[in-house]
Structure formats: C-alpha cells, structure tokens
Design a protein around this ligand. Structure first.
Ligand code: FAD
Length: 519
C-alpha cells in the first residue's frame, strides 16, 4: 500500500487466517488496516495443515467429545459448541471463495479424531490454500488495505481504552495509527523454544503488547509439543505430520528398536503429549549429547507415500533424506499454544477497544490441550466472530494528526548481542519449561529470566522488540507453569504427575504480576 494512514476505523495485527477472516467481516463496517510484519503470502501456516470441519455424516457430539477429552477438563464447552456449530458455514464460505483458484478440498482422518472430518486440499498444503482463498476475498474488498513489513511496537491507549497502534514501518520509521478498535491476530509463540515448528514470526508480539496494555492472559502454561519434527543441524524443524504415523510410520530409538508400545497401548497413535514424553525419555536413556529418535516409513509403499505427502517427501529430499528408503531423525518441537490473551466468545478482552482471535487468543476452546486440526477452524470461526463484534465499535476516530517522530529507528543491522539473548531465552524455556517440568528447573528459568530483564528495557530495533516480547512472555509462561502444581493436558510436572481437580480445575490468569486461578 502507498503510505500508512494516520487514522482508520479498524486495525488488524497479523494477516494470517484469523486476521484476514476478521478483516473480511470488518470491511462492511469501515476502513480496515491490516498490519503484517512479513510479506502476506509467507504468512501461511507452512505445512500440511488439514483443517477440521464436520462432514455430512459426522455427528457433532463425537467431535465435541474428542475436543473436550483433549482439553482435559479445561475446555469451555460453550466455546467448543460454537466452533462446531459455526465451523461448517465458515468452511462452505471458504470453499466458495477458493473456487476462484481451483482449490480441491476433501475430508480425511487424522488421529485422535474418531471419524473422517479433516479437510484437505490436493496434496499436503491445505493451510496455504486456505490463506490463498482468504487473500483472494480480502483483495476484492476495497475497504481493506494491507501494510506488509509493518511492525507494531505497542498499543496506544487513552484512559484505559485502546485507541490505536504505534509501529515501525517498512523502512523502520515510527508511525502512529488511530482507530476505533484493534484486533490481535498474531498467531502462536513457538519461538520461545529452541526447537519449534513455528516460523520465525512467532515471537509472542501480540501477547506481549496486550499484557503491556493491561490485558489479562490465560492458560499460558499449556504448550503443545509436536512429537516429530525433522531434526538435522542447521535445518528448520520441519513438521512431520501425525498423518505419517496414521499411515503406518513407526518410531525407533537410536538403536533402531521400536519403543512406543512400552509407553501406551495405542503405540504411535497415542496422544501427542504422551508420544513427546516417550521420545524425551528414550533420548535421555540414550545419553547422547545431541539426542534424537527416528521415524521410519521404509516399510510402506513408496509410490503411495510420495503421492500422499509430496511436500514432506520433497522437503526431506532437499536434506538428502529419502523418506521411502531412509529412517528420518526427529525430535519433539513446540508447536501450538493453547493459552494467550484472555477473551470472551467474541474475541473481546478486558481492555476496551482490544480484541484477539486465533492462536494468540485464549477463548477456552482448547482447554489444556488441542485436538489436532481444530486450530485453523478456530482461526476461521473466531476471526469472523471477533470481526463481527468489532463492527459495533465503529465510531469516528480522533483526527489528531500524528507527526513523524524525530528519531528514525532501525530494522537492522543484525545485532549479535540480541541473537545471543534470544538464544539464552530459548535455551531456558526448552530445558526448564519444556515437555517435562520440574520445580527446580522452573525456579531456575524464572530467576534467569528475571535477571535478564534490564537488558530488554529499551528496545530500538525490530529484533530487539521481538527479543523483549519473547522475554516477557517467556517469564509469564514460566510463572504460570510454576503456579500450576499438577499435570494436565500438555502441562507435565514431574513432582505432580496427576490432576488436582480440587485446586486446579481452573484457568490460570495472569493479572499484572500475579497468577490467579479462575473458573
Ligand atoms: C507447521 C504447522 C502445521 C500445522 N498444522 C495444522 C493442522 O494440520 N491443522 C490445524 O488446524 N492447525 C495446524 N497448525 C496450527 C495453525 O496453523 C495455527 O493455529 C493457525 O494458523 C493460527 O492462525 P492465526 O491466524 O491465529 O495465526 P497465523 O496463521 O500464524 O498468522 C499470524 C500472522 O500474524 C503475523 N504476525 C505475527 N506477529 C506480528 C506482528 N508483531 N505484527 C504484524 N504481524 C504479525 C504473522 O506473520 C502471521 O502472518 C499448524 C501449525 C504449524 C506451525
């Protein structure tokens, strides 16, 4: 877009699935400015995501049961019901918008769903197809403008109400935009951990901005670790989807022995967190300095594997691993967050004028763990709901002109000191607030992060802002994990391996510097 406006009606931060879906809803009520920190197309969830929806023959009740079971007592049933009731309509819409570029969407099975209800496009790039359909629709609406490479640094507030956004533009110049309401749709925060399937954009910016503006955060301690990400030095942790195990891929330890039957009767089909913990245990037992296990598909029909997983096949081939002939080195990696900015079922936070939708938000739809494939559906359904609710906020915005600020801040150059600090945060989080959590480990992480705080006090560059955001959310997550003295869903405490329903069948809520537990 040509130049950023000083004011608009609505600002949406993040041009992923939730952000674009909300923008489409908002376009009927006013001007929408979508801020995206990278190029929009690269905002696609990068691999094989099938999105869940109900097929014709599916029964709502089964999907509800699967979702509530995965959530381990902490789902908000009303939020799940809305997801399932409104999901099919959102999917139909998407298929209609996608027809412009010939998307073919079909239903398939992904464990632990009981029935066929995952939506796939041809091949394994469904997430990209979904995003493309939303882009096509958004581009057709004249009220929507998208500012790429725009990096919001903080929310502007007036008497406790969000009134706009302060950002660094493409050239690193500061700029303020006033508006009636802001939607955070910045996705997950996997970059808090050293091993993650998330792209480099997932640096917790939305959660950090919301917290600094006074928003409550919820359920931060629940982070889902995907058991199988490609593990090779200097190669991004490419996700090897659960569908591979559904097709018959098995896990082998470093001595090439199968091990999952020791841990769970469902073997490789066990819930993700159990598979991840089993892998962690096998890696510990191996005493390797740089441990991993293998995923093995070599016994499956090679032609079928190539056809069903073209992208995974091609990506592994780029790194000289032929998945039809070689065992694949894998490790668990941080994948999805269940918690985030606390909202109601319309994306409304406790701060007037501030909304959140998609993975950045905590509506209670996932509880303590996500059902695989509910995430994109959540982004579609709750993105649309937040957009719809924000329309009511439409009102004339202040016409105060924002003068360009004197000091030109910078997008770079790369600051080696900052990269080092980010690596320290990621190491603390991975080792001490990861898949298996201990009291001593979390104390160490909290103390380490608290000690680092002064280094993040005055961020100047984009990367320094990202580092400060990672630091803040890492600390809040570690405190939330420390406060939950039980194991539930994706949160596993060595000293408290069981549920404690009496004390903790509640959501953790970060309020200022306190963590409280609420229904
Ligand atoms: C590898 C992988 C596979 C997955 N597979 C599945 C699956 O099979 N099924 C499923 O349902 N879900 C899957 N998921 C999860 C799903 O992709 C996400 O939950 C979903 O995309 C979240 O949508 P969102 O709109 O909230 O965020 P995203 O789609 O992640 O979009 C967030 C956007 O915000 C932008 N952004 C971030 N910070 C800022 C900032 N400060 N300023 C401006 N822009 C910002 C990002 O660049 C991005 O474009 C997968 C995720 C990953 C990583």
């Amino acid at each position: 877009m040509k130049g950023l406006p000083a004011e608009t009606d609505f600002v949406v931060i993040g041009a992923g699935v939730a952000g674009l879906r909300a923008a489409i809803e908002l376009a009927a009520a006013g001007r929408v400015l979508v801020l995206e920190k990278k190029k929009v197309d690269s905002g696609a969830p990068s691999q094989s995501p099938p999105v869940t929806a109900l097929g014709d023959e599916d029964e709502l009740i089964l999907h509800l049961q699967d979702t509530l079971a995965a959530g381990d007592g902490l789902c908000n049933p009303a939020a799940v019901k809305l997801l399932l009731e409104e999901g099919p309509g959102r999917i139909d819409e998407l298929i209609a918008w996608g027809k412009h570029h010939g998307t073919k969407l079909v239903f398939g099975l992904e464990s632990p769903h009981s029935r066929h209800r995952s939506l796939h496009s041809s091949g394994d790039t469904t997430g990209n197809e979904i995003l493309r359909a939303l882009c096509v629709k958004a581009e057709s609406l004249k009220h929507i403008s998208v500012a790429e490479f725009a990096f919001p640094t903080h929310l502007l507030t007036d008497a406790g109400r969000v009134t706009g956004v302060s950002l660094l533009d493409e050239k690193g110049m500061p700029h303020d935009v006033s508006c009636s309401a802001v939607l955070l749709a910045t996705g997950g925060f996997g970059q808090l951990f050293r091993n993650t399937t998330n792209r480099d954009v997932a640096t917790a910016d939305g959660v950090a901005m919301a917290y600094r503006a006074g928003a409550e955060l919820s359920d931060l301690e629940f982070v889902q670790f995907h058991p199988t990400a490609l593990y090779m030095k200097k190669v991004p942790r490419f996700l090897l989807s659960a569908s591979l195990r559904d097709e018959g891929a098995c896990l082998r330890n470093i001595e090439l022995n199968r091990f999952m039957s020791k841990y769970h009767p469902l073997g490789e089909q066990a819930p993700r967190e159990l598979v991840s913990r089993a892998i962690v245990h096998e890696m510990e037992v191996s005493r390797a300095k740089d441990p991993f296990v293998y995923l093995d598909m070599t016994h499956l029909n090679a032609a079928k594997v190539q056809k069903r997983f073209p992208r995974i096949y091609a990506t592994c081939m780029q790194h000289n691993v032929d998945i039809t002939e070689d065992v694949i080195p894998v490790r668990p990696a941080a994948h999805c967050s269940m918690g985030g900015v606390r909202t109601d079922l319309d994306g409304k936070t406790n701060v007037p004028g501030l909304y959140a939708a998609g993975e950045v938000a905590a509506t209670g739809v996932h509880g303590a763990n996500r059902l695989p494939s509910n995430s994109l559906l959540e982004a579609l359904v709750y993105g649309a709901r937040a957009g719809n609710a924000m329309r009511e906020q439409a009102k004339p915005v202040s016409s105060s002109k924002h003068e360009p600020k004197a000091a030109a801040l910078s997008n770079g150059p790369v600051d080696a000191g900052i990269e080092e600090m980010i690596a320290q945060i990621q190491a603390l989080m991975e080792n001490d607030v990861g898949i298996v959590r201990t009291r001593a480990g979390m104390q160490k992480a909290v103390k380490g992060l608290e000690d680092m705080a002064p280094r993040f006090a005055h961020p100047k560059t984009r990367r320094a802002h990202e580092a400060a955001n990672l630091h803040l959310v890492g600390l809040l997550l570690a405190r939330s994990a420390q406060a939950r003295e039980e194991s539930r869903g994706a949160h596993y405490r060595m000293e408290y391996p069981d549920h404690d329903d009496k004390k903790f069948l509640k959501h953790s809520v970060v309020r200022g510097d306190k963590v409280v537990f609420l229904f």
